[in-house]
Structure formats: structure tokens, C-alpha cells
Design a protein around this ligand. Structure first.
Ligand code: TYD
Length: 136
């Protein structure tokens, strides 16, 4: 089965005046971008996420600073330390995620495949495992 999570590397243009990275929807992101949101002013001891999505796919970038993303598909777990604005973490649907260990001034930008929809969230880990199991 295709990977439920993966790092995506964006192009960048290095220049003495500073580096530049760009994102063209269809070309660099495996879904049509319907929403962009960002986390900022995050206290360093904050834990975000703690849920999965039934439909939503996302790509998470650390635009500034760094943080950890813990992912869990119900069968496989991994930790990613995001700190390079050129490298995003793709998450398919049905991936439990937690974001923590935010550095001072960290900014997390998220590209999302659908508008915000509360009914798409699974906020109970045991319900998540049950739904993942039922899909296998
Ligand atoms: P939530 O997704 O729980 O945050 P995180 O996963 O980063 O911990 O969202 C927090 C609040 O913000 C919740 O009340 C819903 C609201 N929200 C929106 O209104 N639109 C959005 O696009 C997002 C991501 C959240």
C-alpha cells in the first residue's frame, strides 16, 4: 500500500540575497490545496494535534523554527523533526498526529485538501484504532 506519510522536498533557489522556495499546487502537492492554515505564538510546552482525519490530507511545514510531529497509522509509528522550510511532511487520511517540542518562534504552515470540517476529525484514539481496523 502507498505510504500514509512521507517527506516532500520542495524546490529552492539559493541566492546571496536569501533563499526562495515555491509551491505549485498540482506539481508539488499530491492533492488540490483547499485551505492553508498556520500555527504561531505556540508556547514551547504546547502539544497540538492529538487527532486523525477521515478524509483530510495535509502537508505540514516548519516555516520558521522547529517542532516534532509524531505520526501513527495504527500499524506504524514515526517521529519527524521539522526544521527545514523546504521539507514538508505529507499525511494521508487516517494518520494520528501530535505536534510538540516547538522552538521559540516556530511557525507551522499546513496545506490541507478540504475546508475545515469538524465532522472529519477523530479525536478519540480508540475510535481511531477501531475505524482503521474496520478499513483493513
Ligand atoms: P485543531 O485542529 O483542534 O488544532 P490542532 O490540531 O492544531 O491542535 O483546531 C483548533 C481550533 O481551531 C478548533 O476550535 C477549530 C479551529 N479551526 C478552524 O476553525 N479552522 C481550521 O482550519 C483549523 C485547522 C482549526
Amino acid at each position: 500500500s502507498p505510504s500514509r506519510f512521507a517527506l516532500i522536498e520542495l524546490p529552492f533557489v539559493h541566492d546571496a540575497r536569501g533563499d526562495l522556495t515555491f509551491i505549485e499546487g498540482r506539481r508539488h502537492i499530491p492533492f488540490e490545496i483547499a485551505r492553508v492554515y498556520y500555527l504561531f505564538n505556540v508556547p514551547v510546552d504546547s502539544v497540538r494535534g492529538g487527532h486523525a482525519h477521515r478524509k483530510l490530507e495535509q502537508v505540514i511545514f516548519a516555516l520558521s523554527g522547529s517542532f516534532r510531529v509524531r505520526v501513527d497509522t495504527g500499524q506504524q509509528r514515526a517521529d519527524f523533526w521539522l526544521r527545514d522550510p523546504r521539507k514538508g511532511l505529507y499525511l494521508a487520511n487516517y494518520v494520528w498526529r501530535e505536534l510538540d517540542s516547538f522552538s521559540q518562534g516556530a511557525v507551522a504552515m499546513v496545506l490541507a485538501s478540504t475546508p475545515y470540517e469538524e465532522a472529519d476529525y477523530i479525536r478519540d484514539y480508540h475510535i481511531f484504532l477501531r475505524e482503521v481496523e474496520a478499513l483493513r
